[in-house]
Write a protein that binds this ligand. Sequence first.
Ligand code: CO
Length: 493
Amino acid sequence: MGALEALRAYVRETEEISAAAALAAWDQRTGMPEKGAEARAKVLGRLERLAFERLVSDRMAELLRAAEGEAEGEIDRALVRVWKRNHTRHRAIPPELYQKFVEATARAEHVWEKAKAASDFSLFRPHLAEVLDLVREIARLIGYRESPYDALVEEYEPGMTTARLGEVLGTLRRELTAFLQELRQGTPPAPLPPGRYPVDAQKRFCRDALTWIGYDFSAGRLDDSVHPFTIGVGPGDVRVTNRYREEDPFSSLFGALHEGGHALYGQGVAPELAWTGLSGGASFGIHESQSRFWENQIGRSLPFWRHAHPHLVRHFPALARTSPEDVWRHVNRVEPSFIRVEADEVTYNLHICLRFELEVELVEGRLSADGLPERWKGAMGEYLGVVPPDDARGVLQDVHWSGGMFGYFPSYALGNLYAAQFASAAEREIPGLWARVARGEFLPIREWLRERVHRHGQVYLPEELCRRVTGEGLSPEPFLRYVRRKYGEVYGL
Ligand code: CO
């Protein structure tokens, strides 16, 4: 057997173990009975450990070394690149340190929940400090050129650096804070009157929406969970979940479009990438671009509501007196608020800019856990003009830091930027794009995304993929143009 063939066989077995873990994880978060929790945690831990041990094994090191010289085609080169990167990163961390990290983050997450419920940062502070020390040690072992944060962000956005993020997010922050001021001169759209929207009708509406955008129900399913998510169980099986709030039919719809966007990516990967480990997204940012594309670029557009409005009214007769324009305005209101996950398109990225800046300061050692709540409040006031009255609605709102996931937050903003870049490329390349959306013809868009983005899985690095799709690398400009145009119109500027 050739070296590449041997690597492929070893990777395939590893991927099969990960697929079993994914199925167990999906069940854990959807239908698993409560009493099964303890045993399931053990089984999941075992499967994940098996896959991890194979990733960092001497055998993997050998296979990668041997295959490196043989890899010629695009896919084989990506196969070696992706596995080598993961292997090297994880092997840099000694097992004892990794164990310490797993235990510290488990404790920190548990305490974070309590601290958030009590809105008391002081409970969480020592745990955050401990996690932060371990994260900085891990960054040091992985290695970096300029900032230890580089080593962390690489996990989520390969090829990205702290300096580049600083430029892009800095532009975004300056332009968006200025635009927020402009919006204050405009007329805020009137919200729709409150009502009750039966969950069953919401579920039917979400199924409709997933069907419109071309989600393949014979290669996936839609279930309920506390937090919506998408999970690839294996080739031909990419599942989504959603949640429903009786007082609001839009949050479940946008949840469905968001997860549907992630799932179309998974369903659209070329079959030859199955079991290679290349069938995930090019990066977390690119993955998020696919969800934001359908949720915001399409789902919050006026043409979308010209198509969707009659269906909305059919499912929710209480909205019969509204027009497509009313609904479009309703779902495009801008209001600075404390909570990231509830933020609108204009203010959302400011929540990310804030987290990015604080994370870099923490990881570079220029800010300590002690100083975090004050720094948070100061930045909120500066960027959004609102200061959270307590820790629960401030520094304690997100789970990420308790899990040691420093470097993850920028992916959300990058997703918004890539989504706008892809949408403006789609406008150029798909004739009559918005007229088609208004007629409910979404499949040409899915096909375009499939051809340009989905098919390639992780074969290209995010920056290269972005260039191939749009002709240029990551840029905040298309997003800023999009936001100014749409919200200028909604607010009558
Ligand atoms: Co997402």
